[in-house]
Design a protein around this ligand. Structure first.
Ligand code: ZN
Length: 139
């Protein structure tokens, strides 16, 4: 079994935004030249996430609103404690809920995504330059 790693920089344009990074992952997979296996896409950050979903404008907007709603549901009276440090507890908590990585099968040298699936970096504390790491395992 072979292993390959790659990384890409992703500039996010807003405080909360979903960025389609599927092309970056496909480029890195081509360079890795694996035919069968898995791709693990992760973000080494604590206030953004990686997820797989549909690249549709309304849904991307819904994703950003979901981030606000999820954290509003658990906000304690008096606010989040972490906000006393750098005022971004919602971003951290959403990152915990959505997760920092996504795993995608590799079949015949391609990402085995469904017709409507794309890989996203979900920014929750931008705008920033983020790093996405890709680990490919297989043959
Ligand atoms: Zn923080």
């Amino acid at each position: 079994m072979a292993t390959a790693r790659a990384s890409a920089s992703v500039n996010t344009s807003a405080k909360v935004v979903a960025v389609n990074i599927t092309d970056e992952v496909r480029r890195a997979l081509r360079a890795a030249a694996l035919r069968q296996g898995i791709a693990v896409v992760s973000a080494p950050h604590t206030t953004c996430s990686v997820c797989v979903n549909e690249d549709e404008a309304g849904l991307k907007d819904d994703l950003t609103r979901m981030a606000a709603l999820l954290t509003a549901a658990v906000e304690p009276q008096g606010g989040f404690r972490h906000d006393r440090i750098d005022n971004n507890a919602r971003a951290h908590l959403t990152a915990v809920l959505v997760g920092s990585s996504a795993t995608v099968p590799i079949v015949d040298g391609e990402l085995a995504l469904g017709t409507w699936q794309s890989v996203f970096l979900l920014e929750m504390d931008g705008p920033r330059t983020r790093t996405v790491t890709m680990t490919f395992l297989g043959d």
